[in-house]
Design a protein. Structure first.
Length: 390
């Protein structure tokens, strides 16, 4: 859980691939990881960490589980992680010695080090690092010149589109230009091109992906197709938020429901709350979270606590939102019994201007401290001092 009043960005991260479950680390041997990278034409991303390292733990808890990070890294890298002080990882530690933790390594399938960075990264910073590594390998400027000069070799155009996608630059124009020249879109190469070229749900390419979904999944794997669908729907939500276009929001939700019904309820909740937060529409926001709580969260203390954290981050001054947040935070604290939940409740009271209730909840949290006393204790004390200073 993120500390006290910070919202879990995981719940609202749509831009890089809506609802992936973070980085999926490969658990085979180092030799198997290299073989996988070669077979898939990818670099290896390696997290070199130590079990005692605080920044390593933060990355493991907050950065690697981020859905945007997962969508980007799962699509572009073979991801591994090694505790550099464990004997079973001696082969890797000998080949790539490090002095500080965490050290983030990008390695090709032949074992050649491409990039080495020291220090923890936030989700956005890690994706930016990954993009920069891929960008250093993709000479987009040169590709742009070749395309402008008239090079339309299918293999080249595919690599150009792939490079643009990996760098986060628009590629739809080039995808459409290529596909418009093709009489048969069901060839293996063209199916692969459709999958790579699909970037947003509000596009003809997305519709082609859905139309040819079975054939593409058979060739490229169902997981890759599902991930692409979720990513594209998430990017359409991004556009909806940017342009305050509720029609795009509805299109993303509708296409997600049709293509990935098992994920659609969570997707709709996250999409709507993100949109209504950006639009500063507390009435529609509250209606969305209430429906989601009733259908999905119910009385689960952990999820109620998470819901409240998101609510206070989105609308910290709206009375109606805070009133509902208070009710759910109290329920989570009383049924879950964890100090974190009581601190969430204390935070709601603080936002409401109820210092006495906030202090009471914070003291209740302090009484419940167990092994986390050294970590949470000072934070609770700081919260209480902040109330006294008001």
């Amino acid at each position: 859980m993120k500390k006290f009043f910070c919202s879990l960005l995981v719940c609202f991260s749509l831009s890089a691939g809506a609802f992936a479950q973070g980085i999926e680390f490969f658990h085979g041997s180092w030799a198997e990881a290299q073989a996988k990278a070669k077979a898939e034409g990818k670099l290896i991303f390696a997290d070199a960490f130590a079990s005692w390292c605080g920044p390593c733990k933060r990355m493991a808890a907050e950065t690697f589980p981020d859905p945007g990070v997962g969508a980007f890294f799962n699509a572009n890298f073979v991801c591994v992680k090694y505790d550099m002080e464990k004997p079973e990882n001696t082969e890797f530690a000998t080949a790539f010695p490090v002095r500080s933790y965490p050290t983030l390594l990008f390695i090709d399938g032949d074992g050649k080090l491409v990039k080495k960075e020291v220090g923890a990264r936030t989700p956005d910073a890690l994706v930016e690092l990954g993009r920069s590594v891929l960008g250093s390998l993709d000479n987009i400027a040169e590709m742009e010149e070749k395309y402008a000069a008239g090079d339309r070799d299918p293999a080249f155009v595919f690599q150009y589109v792939k490079a643009l996608n990996r760098s986060g630059k628009p590629s739809l124009q080039y995808t459409n230009e290529y596909l418009n020249t093709q009489k048969d879109l069901t060839t293996p190469f063209n199916l692969k091109f459709i999958l790579e070229g699909t970037q947003e749900a509000d596009s003809r390419v997305f519709d082609l992906l859905i139309k040819n979904r079975a054939a593409i999944a058979k060739q490229e794997g169902e997981e890759a197709v599902d991930r692409k669908i979720a990513t594209a729907c998430g990017k359409t939500v991004d556009k909806a938020v940017e342009f305050r276009n509720e029609t795009l929001l509805e299109e993303a939700k509708t296409k997600m429901a049709a293509a990935l019904p098992d994920q659609s309820a969570e997707f709709a909740y996250k999409a709507e709350t993100r949109y209504y937060t950006a639009a500063q529409d507390p009435k529609k926001y509250l209606k969305t979270v209430q429906a989601f709580q009733k259908s999905t969260v119910k009385n689960n203390a952990a999820r109620l606590n998470e819901l409240v954290l998101n609510m206070t981050r989105s609308f910290p001054k709206d009375e109606s939102v805070l009133k509902q947040a208070e009710k759910w935070a109290r329920s989570a604290a009383e049924t879950g019994g964890l100090p974190e939940y009581y601190m969430t409740l204390a935070g709601v009271y603080k936002y409401q201007g109820n210092k006495d209730a906030a202090l009471e909840a914070a003291l209740a949290a302090k009484k419940l401290l167990g092994e986390d006393k050294q970590n949470m204790g000072p934070k609770i004390d700081s919260f209480i001092r902040g109330l006294d200073a008001q």
